[in-house]
Ligand binder design. Structure first.
Ligand SMILES: [Zn+2]
Length: 429
């Protein structure tokens, strides 16, 4: 008899012990309701090099559930976060949009909360220091916490002190023991990637000064549904948040949401402001009730609001395939722009390969010369577009479409057109 591959104690905490069915990563209820099932897809931030192309790649299901108790939309953790994030390919600083966004954030937080030389700002998942560098420039002491050592190294080189670690209660307690508590904790675009939500949020509370502020940014589930952004669902994103669910999770750990802003990033994000529930310094702003009201009207406070998404996603797939098949039959050349994580979901779910998109390009030197996971569409330098003059350039990071169309304005010289696949296939002559 063969031994089980995994010792029982290591079996994923997101499975119910009796039924072996998946359970909610926040409240522990058994997950029974499918939000959307996008089939099988490889890990999206692992870009094979030429020498890896003959090796197999592991595909995992992209089956998304919605919890019937707390309405947290979530994927199971098929691959451990350690394996996904310890050698990560995403460097935020390759996007001008993100740099402007970060600079603007630092300026706003500094003026709103009066941060200065005596303050301490922590960013969780600080990436290559793209954000904290602007606090450093303004003389505010910072610490980045970033699990990917290769990415953290880049931050350190640009003068942003960075701890290589996964954030949670352990790291928070260590910092607290050193007498380091934060006036501001930024956790931007990380909450979705946290496998143990409760440990993460508890860690935030431990690290926060009594009057300190937490800001969270994440793609807003309401926008994901309304704008059909199904490709933002991938294995690296374990959870998808409404404000409703966020408030529930934070308040379970003694944190109170006092303000929220709606941002255009990632196809519509929320920036949520929270403080300790016992803090007196931060009265609740009317924006909180306004966003909650929108979510209630969209039905997100019951399972009804989650029901139609799967059909909508299927219609998008059919329309994109129709366009690509027609282009292929007419002998048109189609290139991609960008190699974002979300392209893996879009391409695998729609069944699109090298026969429909010849190559894609990316500004990140890390990705150039590598291949998209699974489909093995080659990732080349952006100059390739000028060289090969494709008829269509399909913009895979559609959330940056304005920036990209501006950069690639020149494709119009040879009659090239842009294609944006989400929320539905649109062609920009
Ligand atoms: Zn739940």
């Amino acid at each position: 008899m063969t031994e089980p591959l995994v010792a029982e104690s290591e079996v994923s905490a997101t499975r119910d012990r009796r039924t072996a069915g998946p359970v909610c990563r926040f409240c522990g209820a058994v997950l029974q309701q499918t939000f959307v099932d996008l089939g099988m897809s490889p890990l999206c931030e692992t870009y094979p090099a030429a020498g890896d192309l003959n090796h197999g790649e592991t595909y995992y299901p992209l089956h998304v559930y919605v919890c019937g108790e707390c309405f947290l939309v979530q994927l199971e953790e098929y691959e451990s976060a350690e394996n996904i994030f310890s050698d990560y390919a995403y460097f935020s600083s390759y996007s001008d949009f993100w740099l402007r966004h970060a600079d603007n954030y630092c300026w706003k937080m500094q003026s709103r909360f009066g941060l200065g030389e005596q303050s301490f700002v922590v960013e969780v998942a600080s990436n290559d220091g793209y954000l904290l560098q602007y606090f450093v420039q303004r003389g505010v002491p910072v610490l980045g916490i970033e699990p990917a050592a290769n990415v953290a190294q880049v931050a350190v080189e640009k003068g942003v002190p960075t701890l290589v670690a996964f954030f949670g209660t352990r790291v928070a307690e260590d910092l607290q023991a050193e007498g380091r508590s934060a006036d501001l904790i930024a956790a931007n675009n990380v909450l979705a990637q946290v496998p143990d939500l409760n440990d993460f949020v508890e860690g935030i509370k431990i690290l926060l000064k009594p009057e300190g502020v937490l800001t969270l940014e994440f793609p807003h589930l309401l926008q994901l549904i309304e704008h059909n952004e199904f490709d933002t669902i991938y294995h690296e994103h374990f959870s998808y948040f409404s404000l409703l669910t966020t408030i529930r999770i934070l308040s379970a750990h003694g944190l109170n949401v006092f303000d929220v802003e709606e941002l255009p990033s990632h196809g519509g994000s929320l920036r949520v402001f929270a403080s300790r529930a016992d803090s007196q310094s931060h009265p609740t702003e009317p924006a909180v009730a306004r966003v909650l009201d929108n979510e209630h009207r969209a039905g997100l406070a019951s399972l009804d609001g989650y029901g139609g998404f799967a059909q909508q996603v299927k219609r998008t797939k059919l329309a994109l395939l129709e366009f690509l098949l027609k282009a292929a039959r007419e002998g048109k050349h189609v290139a991609g722009y960008g190699a974002p994580g979300k392209s893996a979901t879009l391409l695998h779910y729609c069944g699109i390969g090298k026969d429909m998109i010849e190559y894609t390009v990316d500004r990140s030197p890390y990705k150039q010369g590598r291949y998209l996971p699974g489909t093995h569409i080659p990732i080349l330098h952006p100059d390739k577009i000028r060289e090969t003059k494709p008829d269509y350039v399909i913009i895979l990071p559609w959330n940056l479409q304005n920036e990209i169309m501006k950069q690639l304005e020149y494709i119009r010289e040879w009659g090239g057109q842009f294609v944006v696949p989400i929320p539905e296939t649109r062609i920009f002559p």
